[in-house]
Ligand binder design. Sequence first.
Ligand SMILES: NC(=O)c1ccc[n+]([C@@H]2O[C@H](COP(=O)([O-])OP(=O)(O)OC[C@H]3O[C@@H](n4cnc5c(N)ncnc54)[C@H](O)[C@@H]3O)[C@@H](O)[C@H]2O)c1
Length: 369
Amino acid sequence: MGALVADCALRIGLVGLGSVCAAVHYPGFSRIPGVEVGALCDTDGQLLDRRKAEWDIGVGFTHYRSFLRDSGVEAVAIATPNHLHRELILDALEAGCHVLCEKPLGMDHAETAMVYQAARHSGLRHMTAFTYRFVPGMNYLRHLVRTGELGELRHARFQRLQDWGENAIGWRQYRAKAGSGELGDMGIHRIDYAEDLLGPIRSVCSSLKRVVSRASSADGVSCPPQDVEDWVAWIAEFASGVTGVFEMGKLTKGHGPRGDHDLAELNGSRASAAYRLHTPHEILFGVRGEPYAPRPVPEEFLKRAGSPRDSASGDPQRSFRYDQAWEFVSAVREQRECHPSFYHGMRAQAVADAIAQADRERRWVDVAE
Ligand SMILES: NC(=O)c1ccc[n+]([C@@H]2O[C@H](COP(=O)([O-])OP(=O)(O)OC[C@H]3O[C@@H](n4cnc5c(N)ncnc54)[C@H](O)[C@@H]3O)[C@@H](O)[C@H]2O)c1
């Protein structure tokens, strides 16, 4: 990698300027030397004007096609509601842009397979925003698995338990815009990092549950009730022979509002290890006969190689997310695949579809190849 390529300029546009764009994409891209956040796009004109002022960016569009035609950006980061991802990705590829897109990549496996194939044939870079792959504790867990320090992996558990309350949560509570509820919102990240750690999931059985109606906002304004699940659990058999137990829920009191319980715990023949989001710079490690003890994440795993962020500054539960933008930009500059790519977005969606089918049909379902 020559210095010239490493520093080369990249003009990126942000599409969908809501919560995740403000919390993750803008702060991630804006701190990378040589990257210019050159244009913004959101159908909400008031929000667009606010972001332009906040981030001191002069170029903004309320229509995506004008944005692609006139902004001159070389890459886009898409963070709109899920039902728009497919069309926006295909248009961006058609316009010759590298694409980072939020999860879930599409509404079902067929959509994600379509965008993956289009991206692959375009020769452009493509990345799915599976942000939790970048947590320092997760980087270290991956290293322990790959170096065999845990021994032969036997079983594992993955939990995302939060307390979102019972009010309406916008587009996320409608299948037509979100595709699914907790499964596509929180579950899909855990499918991705479980497969990253343990290899492909072969078969699943599951249960999905809609617990509350969410038929009014916090201000008491009525809206149609939700038609997706608040809670989902599944057992997964991995091709490696490992068994995983997963549980995700938005209504788990005791875990909010800043609780954000996120756990990946691996049990091997030599040792067990656990990543937890609320202590991202340490893992738990335990061998036979001893209780878990915290183990600091070594320096080399605190951030991605070359990442411009200072791993010692900022809120460690937030700042790791900026490494996602670094991975995307590095892949563009180095002309290599992104990790995770659209392939991983498609793969996780195949597992998510199997989980939904297993619940509908009350049986074990094999994941599509
Ligand atoms: N990776 C993560 O950790 C993570 C976290 C939160 C959300 N997400 C994902 O990010 C996406 C956005 O979620 P959010 O919470 O930021 O939602 P949000 O509702 O806060 O923001 C979405 C924005 O998209 C805009 N928008 C809608 N249609 C548009 C269009 N046609 N063109 C341009 N902009 C349009 C909306 O006006 C809104 O500002 C979702 O896919 C969600 O699943 C990922």
